[in-house]
Design a protein around this ligand. Structure first.
Ligand SMILES: NC(=O)c1ccc[n+]([C@@H]2O[C@H](COP(=O)([O-])OP(=O)(O)OC[C@H]3O[C@@H](n4cnc5c(N)ncnc54)[C@H](OP(=O)(O)O)[C@@H]3O)[C@@H](O)[C@H]2O)c1
Length: 263
């Protein structure tokens, strides 16, 4: 039975763990608080507390993860981690043994908005900002783990009670009504990660984004209607935009997205 360690049993990591367990993988993971750990353990998932900012129980965690064949890191570059994101992510991977293969959930926000057709090798770094932190983290993973690593650049995550239209509801001056959307459903991401493990698909870098690139206005109007909330207000102004290309992933994994958010 393959064994998987997930650092970050959060919005994506926890349902991923449950799905992998349902498919007979041995899964263990971490969260940052004792309370959450206890709740997750009650659901039958082997879990420990890990806060990579504190550096407290690394030996215990290395033992915990020592038998894992695969490591998945799902920690977002939030404000507290921002300046040290690369180190935090590398530290998380270093808790695993040398043979463990690693999967990192990066983001399509790595592509600048000027990147009309964002394919995997089309990054242009300009200055030191959010994008470059992600980029440097990806680079460090590739350098250290090379053929044992796969990086997934996820589009805007949707599903399981998370939808950007809800956060944007009530706003009246949103820009870029005609810019294409680049989103992906949680279930598709989970299925893709399972497939990567099952097919042992490493030394790869994939954009993970659904097929639908309709305009922001069309998409949000449609989704708001489905949810019975008022349409969002856009200003009539368009800037340059990006369209994230998913062809590499679809071909390599022979994958069809279940959720494309068309009507
Ligand atoms: N949101 C999006 O639209 C989007 C788009 C593209 C890519 N992504 C990427 O998708 C991945 C999953 O995102 P998500 O929404 O599932 O994130 P999330 O719900 O915030 O979960 C993050 C997990 O990481 C843990 N964590 C946070 N800080 C930590 C630290 N300092 N040390 C150890 N663990 C820590 C959290 O612990 P607790 O459970 O205790 O909080 C949680 O389990 C991330 O890599 C993110 O960058 C997200």
């Amino acid at each position: 039975m393959k064994s998987i360690g997930i650092v970050g049993l959060g919005w994506l990591g926890l349902p991923l763990a449950k799905h992998l367990i349902q498919h007979n993988f041995n899964v263990k993971g971490t969260v940052t608080s004792l309370d959450k750990m206890n709740k997750i353990k009650e659901e039958g998932i082997d879990c420990k507390v890990l806060n990579l900012n504190l550096q407290e129980n690394e030996t215990e965690l290395s033992d915990f993860f020592s038998t894992c064949d695969y490591a998945i890191i799902t920690i977002p570059p939030n404000k507290t981690l921002f300046s040290s994101y690369e180190n935090v992510v590398l530290k998380a991977f270093s808790l695993f043994n040398d043979a463990t293969k690693v999967i990192f959930t990066s983001s399509t926000s790595i592509y600048s908005d000027t990147n009309a057709d964002a394919v995997e090798d089309s990054i242009k770094l300009t200055d030191y900002n959010f994008t470059s932190q992600l980029f440097l983290t990806e680079k460090a993973i590739l350098k250290k783990y090379g053929e044992k690593s796969t990086i997934l650049r996820l589009g805007g995550l949707i599903g399981d009670n998370r939808h950007p239209v809800k956060y944007l509801s009530g706003k009246s001056n949103l820009p870029n009504p005609t810019a294409p959307i680049n989103v992906v459903h949680q279930e598709d991401v989970i299925e893709i990660i399972k497939k990567i493990i099952e097919e042992d698909c490493f030394l790869e870098l994939f954009n993970v984004c659904c097929d639908n690139h309709q305009s922001r206005k069309e998409f949000y109007d449609n989704e708001a209607k489905k949810m019975g909330i008022p349409a969002l207000g856009f200003i009539n102004e368009n800037s340059i935009h990006k369209k994230v290309n998913n062809q590499k992933l679809k071909k390599k994994l022979n994958f069809e997205f279940k959720y494309n958010f068309f009507d």
